[in-house]
Design a binder for this molecule. Structure first.
Ligand code: ZN
Length: 257
């Protein structure tokens, strides 16, 4: 798989910096295609999409990523940018565009790279995102029947792992699962009173246990034992109020300090 940066494919610098996604709001990955049967290919397609999107006064090419027929991955708006490709969903998704026509045979190399790109986006968001065809979010046939079926089948490919660390990316564009949980807890503290449940609660349970505070079974439910363990943890840290609620400060003490 070959990765091609904006500079390498000749992207126009954005009119203004692309808006940044709020990691906790991001829910999914959307797959698109070119929408034209015999259009330009590869990098040429990317430049054509960009020219079209700029003509609509958008900030730049609409997609976060593009994948060519040969399986090259092109940087569009890149990681963590609000895209312009999926009306109503741009601040909740990252988007990938296949530069070919997704209703005909899609080359194995392209499927391979789309799958790799999906995996990589998932890793940045803690493997929590759904993956959908544009069609399921709007009135369109995008990304074509072949790609729609391929997604429905769970993106089967014989994928070898690509080393994304070669991709030069500013630090702020990557969101670890910890960053996401931190943001989530900042917005809604976790407590028994709130009947909090879910993956973040489960991870906190695991963490409490690692720190020597037994919250019982890591079942993702903030119950009585959870609250008691949080209180005990807070009591062990003089600067925390022992209220049994995992707010931003307690979260920080648990995971980051
Ligand atoms: Zn689309």
């Amino acid at each position: 798989m070959e990765y091609i940066s904006r500079t390498e494919w000749g992207a126009t610098p954005p009119r203004k910096p692309f808006s940044r996604l709020r990691p906790t709001r991001v829910e999914g990955i959307v797959l698109h295609h070119s929408g034209v049967r015999n259009g330009p290919k590869g990098r040429e397609a990317a430049r054509a999409f960009e020219a079209y999107h700029l003509s609509k006064k958008w900030a730049g090419i609409a997609y976060n990523w593009l994948v060519t027929e040969e399986g090259e991955v092109l940087e569009g708006r890149g990681a963590g940018a609000v895209s312009g490709a999926t009306k109503g969903w741009n601040s909740r998704t990252e988007s990938i565009c296949y530069t070919g026509w997704g209703s005909e045979t899609v080359p194995e190399a392209a499927l391979h790279s789309i799958a790799q790109t999906i995996t990589w986006i998932q890793e940045r968001y803690g493997n929590t995102l759904w993956v959908k065809p544009h069609k399921s979010l709007g009135t369109t046939s995008c990304p074509g029947t072949v790609l729609i079926n391929w997604l429905a089948e769970g993106q089967p490919v014989k994928a070898e792992k690509f080393d994304w660390s070669v991709v030069d990316m500013p630090e702020r564009q990557t969101f670890s699962p910890i960053d996401r949980m931190h943001e989530e807890v900042r917005r809604t503290p976790i407590s028994r009173r709130r009947k909090s449940r879910g993956e973040t609660v489960r991870r906190i349970q695991v963490r409490l246990k690692e720190q020597g505070f037994d919250p019982g079974v890591a079942d993702g439910i903030a119950g009585r034992l959870f609250e008691a363990a949080v209180r005990a943890f807070q009591s062990s840290r003089a600067w925390l109020k022992p209220d049994g609620v995992v707010d931003q400060r307690t979260f920080h003490a648990l995971f980051i300090q």
